[in-house]
Design a protein around this ligand. Sequence first.
Ligand SMILES: *[C@@H]1O[C@H](CO)[C@@H](O)[C@H](O)[C@H]1NC(C)=O
Ligand SMILES: *[C@@H]1O[C@H](CO)[C@@H](O)[C@H](O)[C@H]1NC(C)=O
Ligand SMILES: *[C@@H]1O[C@H](CO)[C@@H](O)[C@H](O)[C@H]1NC(C)=O
Length: 334
Amino acid sequence: MMFLLPSLLCALAGFVSAFLVETSTLTDLYPPLWKDCPSQFSDYKIENGVYTIDPWLYPERMGMYKILVTFTAKYFERFGPNNEKNILWGLPLQCGWQFKTGRLTDPTNVTECGRENGDHMCISVNSWWACLNYYLSALPFLSAIESGALGISSDQVTLLPPPKDQMHFCYNVTTCRSSFPDAMTKWNTYFQQAKNLSTTLDDLMKYLWIAHEATLETARNTFDNRYQYYSKPESDFEKSWATAVNYIAAIRFETSLIKTHKFQTALPPRLLNSGDQPPLIKDFTDCQNRVLFLLNLLYETDDSSGHKFLLLFKNVMTSKILRKIVNSAMNRLL
Ligand SMILES: *[C@@H]1O[C@H](CO)[C@@H](O)[C@H](O)[C@H]1NC(C)=O
Ligand SMILES: *[C@@H]1O[C@H](CO)[C@@H](O)[C@H](O)[C@H]1NC(C)=O
Ligand SMILES: *[C@@H]1O[C@H](CO)[C@@H](O)[C@H](O)[C@H]1NC(C)=O
């Protein structure tokens, strides 16, 4: 098992090194349709004094993120200009990648939801990716409201339910808090820490990843029945991804705009088909092939060790020096 650790570290460094991209302006890195998404509460429908958001429409879900990164920009000014260092960027970029790669569409093909030639803006509740991303959009957003970071009171916002499985989701601050107290509290801690101007970026990363992991933990097994809708390589990747997040959290990967963007160019650019065999997928870059292969290997290692490998890795990464080595290796390569 130990031999995997160095190769994992190399892979993580390789993640970032292998896909240096020319970036002209920061706005090129924003998620799809960013400029058309709501950027303030008044861009949403208001019913009886309550802003009503439909998170099953891409622009409306992305709008929650846009409000989130816009209103929290002031907490990140001290780390760099143009809100580039806002570590909440990781969330909208991930949702944008899911949209762009067809992962928010209805995998059962029963509806046109999410299809490019059909109901393109629709986000399908049958999508495994969309369901987990719901938690990673609704919970930080509502927790930010609860913590006062968005300048609006808790009873002024409600989210609309999907067409089915409504009981798996929560829709306002009150019900999300009572259904998912642990995750909501951890997001709240994150926002309180962000407001404190003496908190370091490394510490903010720590609180962000704690909240992120707690959020996925609440939803982790709820949507296992979605795996059946996908090809074997895609459902394997989904499981690998859900596991990899814990490792990425352990190194406190910096989810700022540029770093997340570069990271994402190494992820599969489309849904995987039944014939796709990493690392030999023809229309993928070497880097995408390698990363996909390693993510699957990481999943198998983690799974066959009964998650002991993750505990070991987390232990190693509690050392600030080792985290620094990993991260500075990545930065040097950038
Ligand atoms: C949905 O359609 C895609 C592309 O046409 C196909 O690859 C996939 O197997 C279909 N999925 C299901 C569950 O029928
Ligand atoms: C939150 O949602 C619950 C359940 O739908 C509802 O009973 C409650 O009135 C809502 N609270 C607010 C403050 O909107
Ligand atoms: C802000 O953070 C510093 C350093 O972590 C801590 O000492 C201080 O108590 C915090 N202030 C508040 C208001 O939480």
